[in-house]
Design a protein. Structure first.
Lengths: 63, 208
């Protein structure tokens, strides 16, 4: 795997955190995550930001 | 904004650090985090309270992605069951309880949308218009309205392409490949915009 491909993998944190990878890509990226602390931290941070987008969709559930 | 917010340039603190007092993301453990930790210990009262507090966001997000109230209800139920079962895996040092639960919700909603799509082709053009323009959601509480306003402002700091790509991916449940088709932009550009957009959003919202 060349350096370019490696860069590509690190660049997938956003798509991964958004669930925008397809099933195969997701699996590959998760393998990468298990071995990459910096991507792991970045994904955690991006997820917190994304959760704010999600929480802004709050509705009041019927009782 | 938290004064403890870790700067992006910091050498990544090892994610499995034991330094519980360190300046990590999610240092301000919220009540929700405490509740989820108690749920992990089998506390049913904590579960009931957590359910009350999170059912609204969970349902709202599921509805936004699925655009079908009945299916959204199903996803919300699944999430709450999964929450009870897997609470032990929650690590408050790595993020908030709400983030954890909404991540779970989004994943399930998206998986459902995509498996439904496998049989029926989705009209990408229509979906695109719908998701890009459909910003408004009924908000019932002051907190939600404030939160929505913050999110709206933060989204306003993104470039148009970042915002559109992000909105399609997150609220629309589209893959980055679909987003690239919808926006007529190369896949590599979409990947970059999604990440850059989120990093900017993270900073604008003062997360992490």
């Amino acid at each position: 795997m060349g350096p370019t491909e490696e860069d590509d993998v690190h660049g997938l944190t956003g798509a991964y955190a958004l669930d925008a990878l397809d099933t195969g890509e997701r699996r590959v990226f998760e393998e990468h995550l298990a071995a990459c602390p910096s991507c792991t931290v970045e994904v955690e941070q991006l997820r917190e930001a994304i959760a704010r987008l999600g929480a802004a969709q709050e509705v009041t559930p019927r009782a | 904004m938290s004064p403890l917010r870790r700067r992006p340039a910091d050498p990544a603190v090892a994610p499995d650090t034991d330094d519980r007092d360190g300046p990590r993301a999610g240092d301000h453990r919220s009540e929700l985090d405490e509740l989820l930790v108690r749920v992990a210990g089998g506390d049913e009262h904590a579960f009931a309270e957590l359910y009350d507090r999170l059912a609204g966001p969970v349902l709202g997000l599921a509805r936004r992605v699925l655009r079908d109230p009945a299916q959204a209800e199903e996803v919300a139920q699944e999430v709450l069951v999964e929450l009870w079962r897997t609470a032990g895996r929650f690590d408050p040092q790595r993020g908030s309880a709400r983030g954890w639960v909404l991540t779970m919700t989004h994943r399930r909603a998206v998986d459902r949308v995509r498996s439904a799509q496998a049989s029926a082709d989705r009209d990408l053009a229509v979906g695109s218009r719908e998701h890009v323009t459909d910003y408004d959601v009924v908000s019932e509480t002051v907190t939600t309205r404030l939160e929505q306003e913050e999110v709206r402002q933060a989204l306003g700091e993104l470039t148009d392409l970042q915002r559109e790509a992000l909105t399609l991916a997150y609220y629309g449940g589209y893959t980055h490949r679909e987003v690239s088709e919808l926006l007529h932009v190369p896949l590599g550009t979409v990947k970059t915009r999604l990440r850059d957009g989120l990093l900017r959003l993270r900073d604008a919202l003062g997360v992490a």
